[in-house]
Unconditional design. Structure first.
Length: 244
């Protein structure tokens, strides 16, 4: 069974939901999960997603070697080392990063009791699909992190892209909906991301390049997975290639 949580109001209930037999994929395409996949792809050692700015600063106080990264309202946080633009994470190989964002890191915490938690984005859809198909989990939940308390188009498109790549099976109505959405927009994903609420907001604050970076489909073979309280790169081998 594949199900979808389409917006933050749905995600809240997972604090008290039994997810012990559920594989979860969290999407915050613009930009937290894309940023984490990009960072892991370029050698970031691990990300520690935290819900609040205070929690991030507290982690830094305990471990001065970590880098602080994050945003509120799309903008970098005062005193932090990095914002939330994927390109910022291409040159910090070997580093450990504490990340806090408006929705993405919160969503990861809401599902922390799941059997397995993957980090999803448009940029790693093919890799995610292969990992999930190999895992053959009976229950998959795709979580769209959204924007503050609202639905985010880009997360639904990415979730639909993943459903479209998975073997045919039992889909909830929401899963069928996002699959149909992806099939409709897949020929021009960038235009839809640019036209989305978050895409327009990022362009307004000078982050249009981020939208382009986040709209690339299946350009990465990196899959992020929660390991304790950190997101790390999953060790897996691409089917039929022999490449790590």
């Amino acid at each position: 069974m594949i199900d979808i949580a389409l917006c933050p109001s749905e995600i809240q209930r997972f604090e008290t939901t039994d997810l012990s037999q559920t594989t979860v994929v969290v999407f915050d395409v613009l930009r937290a999960t894309t940023t984490m996949i990009t960072g892991l792809d370029h050698g970031v050692q691990r990300f520690f997603p935290v819900e609040t700015v205070e929690a991030a600063r507290a982690r830094k106080a305990q471990d001065p070697d970590v880098l602080l990264a994050g945003e509120r309202g799309g903008l970098p946080l005062e005193g932090f080392d990095l914002g939330n633009s994927p390109k910022e994470f291409k040159e910090i190989k070997g580093k450990r990063v504490v990340l806090t964002t408006t929705n993405g890191t919160v969503a990861l915490h809401r599902v922390r009791h799941a059997k397995r938690i993957y980090v999803g984005a448009l940029i790693n859809l093919d890799a995610l699909a292969q990992v999930l198909a190999t895992e053959n989990s009976s229950t998959i939940l795709l979580v769209c992190a959204g924007t503050v308390e609202e639905f985010a188009l880009e997360d639904a498109i990415a979730a639909g892209g993943l459903v479209d790549r998975l073997p045919d099976g039992s889909l909830s109505d929401a899963a069928f909906l996002v699959k149909s959405l992806y099939q409709q927009v897949s020929s021009d994903v960038l235009s839809y991301l640019r036209g989305s609420r978050n895409g327009r907001a990022l362009a307004k604050i000078g982050k249009a390049e981020d939208v382009y970076e986040c709209a690339q489909v299946s350009v990465s073979q990196t899959v992020g997975v929660m390991d304790g309280n950190a997101v790390v790169r999953l060790a897996w081998r691409r089917i039929g290639s022999g490449l790590a």
